[in-house]
Design a protein around this ligand. Structure first.
Ligand code: 13P
Length: 284
């Protein structure tokens, strides 16, 4: 198992990541159709990029069957804590592994900042989910990012620090050992297309956030492990801006929401990603 995980991690390490979070935008039939269209256009020239799709849970198996043939990975949008057993309504990690998920999104802002306070995800819960993923075959993508209000009052660094420290401090020794496989997404809440105000971050702002994330990772883990943790950007990524975000030093890929549900946009986006330079694949 250990050998497989290492091989998988190494194979991923050198590639640009494009992770599509389909959220709850598509039903099952729509997910199947969109997966087929994306799989069909995912050509060999783009295989320098690792594409993963996170459909709604109910479409995981069907989408997985379609995209795996095209070399596209499957991603879960979340995991539940606790394993198989008497847990009504739960989707444990073992079942996500069986469905073929290689990645899981953890701590997305749409789960952290839910309207009903009793359903908001806490850093403590996210911490448990990360520990579970880090002890499984699944690669966690930890979402971080400040709200508009936090940015306005200059609290971006504190918000990111709280999410990283709260999400990662005190994880088990085994999880810490395999921390290199972690991916951290910088996804400012105000830049997500569904809540966007007027603008999206420029490359300087993304670079600043990337440096903050790396600094906090250094405070949590030994440098050589922290250096290997990949940082990606999410928030209104489109074919027209994907190359600019990928040009930010230290940014290893993108987390795409709405645009990822549009096969034509994905074709254009992957063309742009596949032809970009490789010098950016260095740590920030
Ligand atoms: P958009 O690309 O629609 O802004 O969504 C980003 C996101 O939340 C991905 O997880």
């Amino acid at each position: 198992m250990e050998g497989t995980m290492e091989a998988q991690a190494q194979q991923h390490m050198d590639k640009r990541l494009v992770i599509c979070n389909w959220k709850a935008y598509l039903g099952i039939a729509e997910s199947v159709r969109t997966a087929e269209a994306i799989a069909e256009s995912f050509s060999d020239s783009e295989k320098g990029c690792l594409l993963a799709i996170a459909p709604t849970n109910l479409a995981l198996c069907r989408v997985g069957e379609i995209i795996s043939k095209a070399g596209i990975s499957l991603c879960a949008q979340d995991i539940d804590i606790g394993g198989k057993g008497a847990k009504t309504g739960s989707t444990p990690i073992e079942v996500l592994e069986e469905a073929g998920c290689e990645f899981a999104i953890i701590g997305h802002s749409e789960r952290r900042h839910r309207k009903a306070p009793e359903t908001k995800e806490s850093d403590a819960l996210i911490n448990r989910k990360l520990d579970i993923c880090l002890n499984s075959q699944i690669i966690p993508i930890l979402c971080t990012g400040e709200t508009e209000e936090e940015r306005y009052r200059g609290a971006t660094n504190n918000a990111i620090k709280k999410q990283l420290v709260g999400g990662l401090e005190g994880i088990s020794a085994e999880a810490k050992e395999g921390i290199e496989k972690l991916i951290v997404a910088y996804e400012p809440v105000w830049a997500i297309s569904s809540n966007r105000i007027s603008r999206i971050p420029d490359v300087t702002e993304v670079n600043e956030a990337c440096k903050m994330i790396r600094r906090h990772l250094y405070s949590l883990f030994v440098k050589e492990k922290a250096d290997r943790i990949r940082i990606i950007y999410g928030g209104s990524v489109e074919p027209a801006n994907v190359s600019a975000y990928l040009s930010v030093n230290g940014i290893r890929g993108v987390l795409v929401g709405k645009a990822g549900t549009d096969a034509a946009k994905m074709e254009a986006m992957l063309k742009a990603v596949g032809s970009g330079p490789v010098a950016q694949l260095l740590p920030s």
